[in-house]
Design a protein around this ligand. Structure first.
Ligand SMILES: O=P(O)(O)OC[C@H]1O[C@H](O[C@H]2O[C@H](CO)[C@@H](O)[C@H](O)[C@H]2O)[C@H](O)[C@@H](O)[C@@H]1O
Length: 382
């Protein structure tokens, strides 16, 4: 495991663009900090969803004032998984399918309170159905326990903390490559494999959690979430004028921990161990654990919506094995091959969130012994 312990300062990943607005930034801790914080402030503003660069050709159409035209143009590059079902099904012939799902924004809608990101019963039963036929795992930024609490299906494998806490199938030989891998039992008493590559960071993460809870307590709306091997600081419910204060709280804490880094998600700053591990690595680890490493007869499908899912999409693309499916209603650059449309948080008024319960994921079905793919990810966007 590559623990990069020699850094003398926290590394700012997902570097935010520095814009002209930085000139008007708050000059509290000097010019450099101002520039960095304003760059981050811009990124914080656009973080849900992140705005990414597009290729030149697409750019013209994507800047169309008609969002539908922009979306249709983008679909040329990231075709709908649903419309491409026949193509995917043909490719799946004779192959073993494994399904990997992100949680927030993929199985559950993005909502204001992270504690209320429940998945609908329809979605749960669709996932349950598919897991009957194909090994299915959830890979989330949440703590493993939390995501299990939300999903509540015993038949799945769960990876929490962006893949740094994996409960998966028992592996035959692992100990040399993965010293942090051990046999364990799940809640039902089944033998499983527990892999926690950042285990040694737990005391550090706990300290950071306590510090951040304390330092953000006076920022109205700020929420600090314990994700076991990561800490999330949510600013979705913080007045925009106080976002800099949130960013500074995070900076103040992590500057004391050179082995931690900060990343940026949907209206959330995340602090995590600086180890060479992400959702892509977790995906590879799970494939290996399932005995699915050989690309010739395996078709992994990964469905996700956020930038952390890009690591997994990239792994599939680089291995030329399986498909990444990006859940997005708005055009964005991705390593995924296909897309599925979901109602996006900024287009749909919050009061319409209950509509999500009717969004269904109707999945694959077997007939007899032969794999017969009946419906694939029907996403009923009303
Ligand atoms: O990897 P994921 O399963 O997608 O988890 C990523 C983060 O999701 C959660 O935060 C996001 O969803 C919340 C609920 O909709 C929303 O309120 C928040 O603004 C989003 O950032 C979760 O709370 C984080 O801990 C996860 O890291």
């Amino acid at each position: 495991m590559d623990l990069k312990s020699n850094h003398s300062a926290p590394v700012l990943t997902d570097s935010a663009p520095l814009s002209k607005s930085r000139l008007g930034g708050i000059m509290k801790t000097g010019v450099l900090d101002d520039v960095r914080s304003s760059g981050w402030l811009d990124a914080m503003k656009s973080s849900s969803p992140p705005h990414k660069k597009f290729t030149k050709d697409l750019n013209h159409e994507l800047s169309s004032p008609d969002p539908e035209v922009a979306y249709r143009t983008w679909l040329l590059k990231y075709p709908s998984a649903l419309a491409s079902f026949e193509q995917i099904a043909n490719f799946a012939k004779g192959k073993r399918i494994a399904l990997f799902l992100d949680y927030d924004g993929t199985l559950s809608p993005i909502v204001e309170n992270p504690e209320s990101a429940f998945m609908s019963d329809d979605m749960r039963s669709a996932v349950k159905k598919v897991a009957k036929y194909f090994p299915t795992a959830i890979i989330s930024g949440r703590s493993r326990d939390k995501v299990y609490e939300f999903v509540g299906l015993t038949e799945l494998y769960y990876a929490g903390s962006h893949g740094m806490d994996i409960m998966g199938p028992v592996r035959q030989s692992v100990s040399e490559d993965h010293p942090n891998c051990m046999k364990s039992t799940d809640k039902q008493g089944n033998e499983v494999n527990l892999f926690q590559p950042a285990r040694e960071f737990l005391p550090m993460i706990d300290e950071v959690l306590s510090s951040l809870v304390k330092s953000t307590e006076n920022i109205k709306g700020a929420q600090v979430e314990n994700n076991k091997f990561c800490v999330s600081v949510h600013y979705r419910n913080v007045d925009e004028e106080n976002w800099t204060a949130v960013w500074e709280c995070v900076q103040d804490v992590i500057k004391k921990y050179p082995r931690l880094r900060m990343t940026h998600g949907r209206k959330v700053l995340e602090i995590r161990p600086m180890i060479d591990w992400d959702k892509g690595k977790a995906l590879e680890f799970l494939l290996e654990s399932l005995g699915f490493s050989n690309c010739d007869d395996v078709l992994p499908i990964y469905v996700g919506d956020d930038r952390t899912d890009e690591d997994a999409f990239k792994v599939l693309r680089e291995r030329n094995c399986g498909y990444g499916i990006l859940v997005s209603r708005s055009p964005k650059e991705s390593n995924a091959y296909y897309s599925l449309r979901n109602p996006s948080e900024w287009e749909f008024p919050r009061t319409k969130f209950e509509m999500y319960s009717s969004f269904d994921l109707v999945l694959l079905e077997f007939k007899g012994k032969k794999r017969f793919l009946k419906d694939f990810f029907i996403y009923a966007v009303k």
